[in-house]
Design a protein around this ligand. Structure first.
Ligand code: ASP
Length: 453
């Protein structure tokens, strides 16, 4: 049995829904279908979720959401018209969204989640109606009734352990089950959404709960690529990678799958297959626990911008008990989360996402480190990019670091920081943002150019 998830672009129009239908009926194992809200039809188009957020924001500001509301309803109406579905389905969707916009606003975050979730909820109803109109047995599943219990954390809900037990019962239901992605219900019966792009998480939770043989995630690319296709033209496709490799790559910008979405599948050892709705024949990418290592040391290279480092040095730092703790607790006082802490004998750098900092915070942190920790030097460095070179094969290959640093030296990229060793499957380089593309290109040439596809 397979759990199959379709992203917003796969559900953006009637034409796309026809493809989804063909994909589902072509394989009887595809029993549970998780759907996103309708996404973009073209690059300048709006996602229904974004339109709904807009509607909710306007209501909270006591502004008229009329235009945005009409645009949302029109999106569903166009799809329904293309598929020649009866009028009632649209009146139901319209009434549902209108009622949500009238709901209690005393807690704005909860109100927002209630409105946002309607994108998927109504789309699941529409997809179920479409499948039935084609003569197959298909049912919309209400996540409340099915027991998808989540924490009451607006915009960032997590599934509760008991949800898995409840959802397991879906196995006994007949027909194709159409399940809305992106949200669940608290024990008190209120709607809470996962973080953005969270329908991937719903699919993974269901795959785990139902002990599926496979979690298929349909999107709009043929595969996960070895490197960002916006940096390298037509990069190599990855056929198979491990959960750990995917986790490391998605950390630094591989966004094909939501990074929280791997966890439930990983815990149950369920393989995840990334496929393309627009080209279902393409093999796609499979994410598994273990793979035969046939591709050399590196499977992918990811990079992400927007980091900064706080460099702290103090003579005899290594002998000072509690230095690291005190430094990190200063950051904690400012509500900052950190990413890495590469260190030497007398120095330590803390790498953070720089969007958490303001000039005021930076000055205050600088002052506290200097005065409370008596550091010799404190230096902030901005506009750094992190490059992750990832591959299980690194463990068995000698000289991968040497090859990587030589490749960077050849194109004159200065390595600001290296972090290697803590993870067995990745090496991380910090470089200046201006050098990022050149660095990625050089590493790609080194590890992939000569490897047959
Ligand atoms: N529709 C939601 C979003 O745009 C969730 C999803 O598509 O997975 O974030």
């Amino acid at each position: 049995m397979k759990v199959v998830k379709f992203g917003g672009s796969s559900l953006a129009s009637g034409e796309q829904l026809e493809k989804v239908y063909e994909i589902i009926v072509s394989d009887p194992e595809r029993k549970v279908v998780v759907v996103s809200a309708p996404g973009k039809r073209f690059s300048k188009d709006s996602k229904v979720t974004d339109l709904l957020i807009d509607c909710a924001q306007r209501c909270l500001k006591q502004m008229d959401p009329g235009e945005q509301f009409a645009t949302v309803v029109d999106r569903y109406a166009e799809i329904a018209a293309e598929l020649m579905l009866p009028e009632e389905i649209i009146s139901e969707i319209k009434a549902d969204i209108a009622a949500r916009l009238e709901a209690d606003k005393s807690n704005p975050d909860r109100f927002m989640d209630f409105v946002k979730a309607s994108g998927e909820d109504n789309n699941a109803k529409l997809v179920a109606a479409f499948f039935r109109s084609r003569g197959i047995e298909a049912y919309y599943v209400d996540p409340k009734e099915a027991g998808l219990y989540v924490t009451n954390d607006p915009g960032n809900a997590q599934a509760l352990p008991e949800a898995y037990e409840q959802l397991h019962k879906l196995r006994d239901r007949s027909g194709i089950l159409i399940f809305p992605g992106f949200f669940g219900y608290s024990k008190e019966g209120e709607v809470f959404t996962f973080s953005r792009s969270g329908s991937d998480i719903t699919g993974s939770i269901l795959a785990n709960a139902l002990k599926a043989d496979l979690y298929e995630n349909f999107t709009d690319v043929d595969a996960v690529y070895a490197v960002n296709p916006f940096i390298i033209n037509r990069p190599k496709e990855i056929k198979e990678l491990t959960y750990r490799e995917m986790r490391e790559l998605s950390y630094a910008g591989f966004s094909v799958l939501h990074d929280e979405a791997l966890v439930p599948a990983y815990r149950a050892g369920i393989p995840v297959q990334i496929k393309n709705t627009n080209n279902p024949q393409a093999q796609g990418t499979r994410i598994v626990s273990e793979r035969d290592n046939t591709n050399g040391p590196v499977i992918g290279i990811a990079s992400d911008e927007g980091f900064c480092s706080i460099y702290v040095s103090k003579y005899l730092m290594n002998r000072e008990i509690g230095f690291g703790r005190k430094l990190l607790s200063i950051l904690e006082d400012f509500g900052l989360s950190y990413e890495h802490t590469p260190s030497g004998i007398d120095d330590l750098s803390v790498i953070l996402r720089e969007n958490q900092l303001t000039a005021g915070k930076e000055a205050a942190i600088h002052h506290r480190i200097k005065t409370e920790l008596h550091a010799d030097e404190v230096k902030f460095e901005h506009s750094l990019a992190l490059i992750m070179v990832v591959g299980e094969g690194m463990r068995h290959n000698i000289g991968t670091m040497a090859r990587a640093s030589k490749a960077l030296a050849k194109v004159n990229v200065n390595i600001e920081m290296i972090n290697q060793g803590s993870s067995e499957v990745s090496m991380m380089f910090g470089v200046k943002e201006v050098d990022e593309k050149r660095a990625v290109q050089a590493l790609y040439d080194e590890f992939f150019a000569a490897v047959p596809v």
